[in-house]
Design a protein around this ligand. Structure first.
Ligand SMILES: [Zn+2]
Length: 224
């Protein structure tokens, strides 16, 4: 049984005692068996109107693979030069794909939380939706909790004054995940920080996150 679950990472190396969901590059070959699980999606940064139909078709094909357990990261980003309407359209299509495949969605969101919440309200997908790398204020955190999002915290916890470090206590434990993303840190160090800020012993935190993992993947037989 793994001690640590890293719900979102870009680091493909396998680690002892760790179950990780690796965000696969679009070109990833799923023919090779690895102990890692994968998420696959069209990241808003790399959306291209000229290739989108082809890219989406490829995603639809690869996403059926059993090693792909989540769709994403996908989402909305206000800090980039790609128009938000196009981003929204592709995000919605990925949620619909996730719903068809009954796989959770891992979400990248920069300055577009009201839009993400509105989309969830409108579509009402049955699949879990995880906001990854959350590092925003308590009002936004509250709204996400109210709308049943899962919230994943990562390297922002290294800074004790970050939003992530401040809001961790308000996130219901059954909605919490932890991650390393593309940062140069270990998931065990993120667990240690989360344990300290939330006043939950690390063994209990490990159990909580394993339970959350088992719950969101109960239909995919991934139980740890
Ligand atoms: Zn990422």
């Amino acid at each position: 049984m793994p001690k640590f679950i890293d719900i979102h990472t870009h680091n493909q190396t396998t680690e002892e005692n760790t179950l990780k969901i690796v965000n696969a590059p679009q070109s990833h070959s799923f023919s090779v068996q690895t102990p890692n699980l994968f998420s696959l999606g069209l990241h808003p940064w790399y959306l291209d109107k000229n290739t989108i139909e082809n890219d989406f078709e490829k995603l639809e094909q690869s996403a059926k693979n059993q090693q792909v357990v989540m769709i994403g990261e996908c989402g909305l980003d206000r800090n980039i030069d790609i128009d938000l309407a196009f981003q929204t359209d592709i995000f919605i299509r990925q949620i619909q794909l996730a719903e068809r495949l009954q796989k959770p969605v891992v979400i990248h969101c920069v300055r577009a939380f009201p839009e993400i919440i509105a989309i969830k309200k409108k579509l009402q997908p049955s699949i879990p939706m995880i906001i990854h790398g959350f590092n925003n204020n308590s009002q936004i955190c509250e709204q996400l909790i109210e709308h049943q999002f899962y919230i994943s915290l990562g390297a922002a916890l290294i800074n004790p004054n970050s939003n992530a470090s401040k809001v961790i206590k308000m996130i219901p434990k059954e909605k919490l995940f932890l991650e390393t993303d593309d940062k140069n840190c270990t998931i065990s160090s993120i667990f240690a920080l989360a344990s300290a800020y939330s006043n939950v012993p690390i063994e209990i935190l490990q159990e909580i996150i394993i339970n959350n993992f088992n719950r969101i993947f109960s239909n995919q037989n991934l139980e740890t």
